[in-house]
Design a protein around this ligand. Structure first.
Ligand code: GLN
Length: 607
């Protein structure tokens, strides 16, 4: 299938290729040589996929599109306070080459006009202007995801004719905005403007900003996250110079243009766009570039102030321990009590990136269900992230619910530092932190124990095989004959009583005391618990149905005392007394039916 996005971009391209207004910039002589018909569009998603049409790989010079990236670099190197003392963030509404300086301090109004941009070039890290140039080139290359080189002809052309920019640099020196040698700084500025890019590069640079500062393909952080919103803010208000207001009104995306014919537009959290067409309007913005961005924004409703939210999406599912109990199989009264109360343990599957609106929704649902709840398991498996402020709210809710007697625990958080870190910040002195479980099974077992009371109900020892459900209904006399061939064995805690795959072992085990877990091997040498069994229960009984090798590992969770029957001996016994076999098969069938029912519940709960 040809992507409809690709088709859409192709139609945009052929439509705007008809536009023949505007001329390539000529005040830098070398730029006047550009082919006015060159035209490319590229869209890059946050997972790094590029859709492109036209001259997406034709190189041209970055020009003013370098400005927001160098501004970001200065913020990263010198910090907000220092940079704010040198360059403002007020839109000037003036042309790109205007000398808009704050009358009191001499600070340029913003970093997107030339005055502000020349000032920011002087602010990046580096002991010499040569070192500063290395820093600028490396930083912009990180945004593009490949090393960018200078178009020497364009650089020389601008350097030999840039008298107005030279005047601006001396003004900045006069006001002590530039500390060092202003002409050397200016050469760095000319060079950054002469970096060669394609509109594919532009789209990746934009996507890096849309992606919180991390390049979507190389995964290299090009800008600390805290500065991304600052760069995008000045792009939104000043990126298009004296067209910035109309642009925000009609297109509604932070953007930046350059006299090389490029435009970048950023839709934060969604994607980046690069357009190239050297036909410029009187303000120095690409005519086709503006047309394409306007149309694209309108067709897909992309204006940043027109973003509908979906708070309910934060919670993909709610179900209870009645739908999915733990795999521990308690006996008797304990089982009845849990069955009656399992609905008071609730699983909440959180989903996506949780910000304040999503947390508000989740907290409201927890409050609504509180009267009928004993614990909440927040299943974090489908979570992409959580903002710090949202994590703080969730922690506050956890403490408040705890005061109402409702426990909030997490499951499937391990190996997720982006979630664990914000959630680990305690909101109150008396907060002893949260409980997190590797999987839902362990989490729900903890909640079941809590339901049963702090001291779990004692697991009464069973006398076996008499007390085994496997032999229930057998006459006293026949029972004695079974007991006569059984023997006892004690397994120390931690022992693997049976191993998955092991063959030729014909023992059937009846637990008299202690607890075992049935584990099946899964990928990567790990095990998944399928059940935990206690006194009165049996395992290994499948050998009686002719199964030759063990399907699971059985681990002694505590010291375990078992009563054991050998299948061969048992077989002989049932030859003499077939009634034993009939009862046993009946009971086994009942047991299987029960296991199947539980498995079905689990599958339904997880579907
Ligand atoms: N290098 C150009 C200049 O300083 C950049 C201007 C622009 O792209 N708007 O004039």
């Amino acid at each position: 299938m040809q992507s409809p996005i690709q088709d859409y971009l192709a139609s945009l391209h052929s439509r705007f290729a008809q536009l023949r207004e505007g001329e390539p910039a000529s005040y830098i002589p070398e730029l006047a040589k550009a082919n006015p018909e060159g035209f490319g569009i590229c869209l890059v998603t946050l997972d790094g996929v590029a859709y492109s049409v036209g001259d997406a790989d034709q190189p041209f010079t970055l020009q003013s599109i370098s400005k927001p990236f160098v501004y970001g670099t200065a913020l990263a190197d010198r910090g907000l306070d220092f940079v704010a003392g040198k360059v403002g963030v007020e839109p000037s509404g003036d042309a790109f080459n205007s000398i808009s300086l704050n009358p009191q301090t001499g600070a340029p109004l913003n970093p997107m006009i030339n005055a502000g941009a020349i000032a920011t070039s002087s602010l990046v890290a580096g002991a010499t202007t040569a070192a500063q140039w290395q820093r600028i080139a490396a930083s912009l290359s990180a945004f593009a995801g490949r090393p960018l080189g200078v178009d020497e002809a364009v650089y020389r052309s601008e350097s030999t004719t840039g008298f107005r920019n030279r005047a601006i640099a001396w003004m900045l020196k006069n006001f002590a905005i530039i500390d060092g040698e202003p002409m050397a700084t200016l050469e760095n500025y000319f060079r950054q403007c002469s970096l060669l890019v394609t509109c594919r590069d532009l789209a990746y640079m934009a996507a890096t900003l849309a992606n919180g500062g991390v390049h979507p393909l190389t995964a290299v952080r090009a800008l600390p996250e805290e500065h991304v919103e600052r760069v995008l803010s000045v792009m939104a208000t000043c990126g298009m110079y004296d067209f910035a207001g109309s642009w925000l009104y009609e297109v509604g995306m932070p953007a930046k243009s350059g006299v090389g014919g490029g435009i970048i537009a950023v839709l934060p959290g969604r994607f980046g766009i690069g357009v190239f067409s050297p036909r410029l309007d009187s303000k120095g913005n690409s005519v086709r570039g503006i047309g394409v961005c306007k149309q694209f924004s309108r067709d897909f409703g992309l204006h940043v102030f027109n973003q509908a939210g979906h708070p309910g999406a934060a919670l993909s599912r709610v179900y209870t321990a009645a739908d999915a109990p733990s795999r521990r199989q308690p006996a008797g009264e304990m089982r009845d009590y849990l069955n009656r109360n399992a609905h008071r343990i609730k699983y909440l599957c959180l989903h996506g990136f949780l910000a304040v609106d999503g947390v508000e929704y989740v907290m409201r649902r927890m409050q609504e269900m509180a009267a009928d709840s004993h614990s909440y398991i927040l299943d974090m498996h489908q979570m992409d992230g959580i903002s710090e402020s949202a994590a703080r709210l969730l922690n506050t809710a956890r403490l408040a619910l705890m005061e109402e007697g409702i426990a909030v625990v997490y499951s499937r958080l391990q190996g997720r530092p982006a979630l664990v870190k914000p959630l680990s910040k305690s909101v109150r002195q008396d907060d002893r932190g949260f409980l997190a479980f590797e999987d839902n099974d362990l989490a729900v077992e903890w909640c079941e124990n809590r339901l049963l009371g702090d001291t779990p109900w004692p697991l009464a020892d069973a006398k076996l095989p008499e007390g085994s459900a496997l032999f229930s209904g057998l006459s006293r006399e026949l029972m004695q004959r079974v007991e006569a061939v059984a023997y006892r064995q004690v397994f120390p805690k931690g022992e693997a009583i049976l191993k998955a795959g092991q063959a030729g072992d014909g023992r059937v085990f009846f637990i008299e005391s202690g607890q075992v877990s049935i584990l099946v091997p899964i990928e990567g040498g790990m095990h998944q618990r399928v059940a935990t069994l206690g006194p009165g229960m049996n395992f290994g009984e499948m050998v009686l149905l002719g199964q030759a090798s063990r399907s699971a590992t059985v681990h002694a969770d505590s010291e375990v005392r078992c009563s054991i029957l050998e299948a061969q001996v048992f077989e002989q016994l049932t030859h003499e007394a077939p009634q034993i076999k009939i009862v046993l098969l009946e009971n086994l069938a009942k047991d299987m039916a029960d296991k199947l029912r539980r498995a079905t519940l689990w599958i339904a709960a997880l579907a």
